[in-house]
Design a protein around this ligand. Structure first.
Ligand SMILES: *Cc1c(COP(=O)(O)O)cnc(C)c1O
Length: 426
């Protein structure tokens, strides 16, 4: 038996091989919209899902396929579908699971963009979101009824950087016979592999740590292959005959990767948010160094969090790597390699000091993103959350004194020196 390759080996090699016609070692950018059929019979079998192959880049592309196979391997799923962005991944998952009038339960602590997508755009489709508190997974029970189709959480939650007890939430989902969807963007599979903890579906914004260089948008849906879509009849897209595919039932034909097939041949086909081959190539290149970068991100963040916690102008630091943090034991159990690189801290002086700090930082970039090689900072109260009332800001973890940072992979002494000079001015 050859040995099972390790995570760093998979991050470089999974899904890829030298190009069969040219010998190119790096995965080529297949910058094409369409693919020539061998003959009409071949065309017919591709369109009927009788054979697997390239038809049109809205649905699949060879550069994208390498990215998909690599992410499925790193997350230990059965298959994956790469799409245009993290939000597109969320849209396509729910498109496969929900009908008008259905609902899902989502963690209250989520990326702000996801809160918007779920509260407003999804409501227009007749999909209702119900907000739950992941600190008390048992409280999800009361939110679930016969029209609830899924639970959605982040493994490492924005903006405070808190680990969530995935097993505990998975137990609730299993008890109700619904799938658990985990957004693993902030942790990445280097720190946490949600499927090992009971998740059925994993989604990512590849825009963040996985691409890792702040230059390309992307998203992915990873099928865990764990959920029985035929059991309840509540997921007709997977368990009922598809007229356009000759009456095929996706779950019968494709078994433990039926969800990935539905996302591709119904979601991507009809809604259309495909990833460009160029972005798939950029993200594949980033992915090769994910283990190295993620370890450095976490090591730097740990040092920065300890330094901030001892600073006289800092009131509090929310970072699971600090022994005093309420989330510390979950981090030790769930993510022993590191505690992530995105977290918040509070200044003793409020709003004005927050503005002076973000404006005084020089190495840090003041912007609305995370998971770049560069260190990033935002003062949510004066930026992403400025339209909210003071009370809403506080509830969202964006009080006037709150600063969120995404610690980069520069020399940590330079990161700390920049914070020090800016705090002195604030
Ligand atoms: C950025 C982000 C998203 C959305 O991804 P996009 O690629 O920006 O569409 C979703 N979830 C989390 C946790 C994110 O950080």
């Amino acid at each position: 038996m050859p040995r099972e390759p390790g995570f760093s080996t998979l991050a470089i090699h999974a899904g890829a091989q030298p190009d069969l016609t040219t010998g190119a070692r790096a995965t080529p950018i297949y910058q094409t919209t369409s693919y020539v059929f061998e003959n009409s019979e071949h065309a017919a079998s591709l369109f009927g899902l009788k054979a697997f192959g390239n038809i049109y880049t809205r649905i699949m592309n060879p550069t994208q396929a390498v990215l998909e196979e690599r992410l499925a391997a790193l997350e230990q799923g059965t298959a994956a579908v790469a799409v245009a962005s993290g939000h597109a991944a969320q849209l396509l998952v729910f498109h496969a699971l929900m009908r008008p009038g259905d609902n899902f339960v989502a963690a209250r602590r989520l990326y702000g963009g996801s809160i918007n997508q779920f509260s407003h755009s999804f409501r227009n489709f007749g999909w209702e979101v119900r907000w739950g508190n992941t600190d008390e997974p048992e409280s999800f029970d009361a939110l679930i009824d016969e029209r609830t189709r899924a639970i959605f959480i982040e493994s490492l939650a924005n903006p405070g950087g808190n680990f969530v007890d995935i097993e505990a939430v998975s137990n609730v989902a299993q008890r109700h016979g619904i799938p658990l969807i985990v957004d693993n963007t902030l942790a990445t599979p280097y720190l946490v592999r949600p499927i090992e903890h009971g998740a059925d579906i994993v989604i990512h914004s590849l825009t963040k740590f996985i691409g890792g260089h702040g230059n390309s948008m992307g998203g992915v849906v990873v099928d865990g292959g764990t959920f029985d879509w035929s059991k309840s009849g509540n997921y007709p897209m997977l368990s009922e005959a598809r007229p356009e595919y000759g009456g095929m039932v996706l779950h019968e034909t494709f078994g433990n990767f039926a969800l990935a097939i539905a996302v591709r041949v119904l979601g991507l086909r009809d809604l259309g948010p495909s990833i460009s081959p160029f972005n798939a190539f950029m993200i594949l290149t980033g992915l090769e160094t994910l283990p190295l970068r993620m370890q450095r991100h976490c090591d730097n963040a740990m040092k920065v969090a300890h330094w901030l916690a001892a600073h006289p102008k800092v009131a509090w630091v929310s970072y699971p790597g600090l022994p005093s943090d309420a989330n510390h034991s979950l981090y030790r159990r769930h993510s022993p390699k590191g505690a992530g690189a995105v977290f918040t801290f509070g200044l003793k002086d409020g709003y004005e000091a927050g503005i002076r700090l973000v404006e005084g930082l020089a190495l840090f970039s003041h912007l609305a993103n995370i998971g770049d090689t560069r260190s990033l900072v935002i003062h949510p109260a004066s930026a992403t959350h400025r339209q909210l009332t003071d009370e809403q800001k506080r509830a969202a973890g964006a009080g006037s004194e709150v600063i969120r940072i995404s610690v980069g992979i520069e020399d940590v002494a330079d990161i700390i020196a920049d914070l020090e000079q800016a705090l002195n001015k604030a």
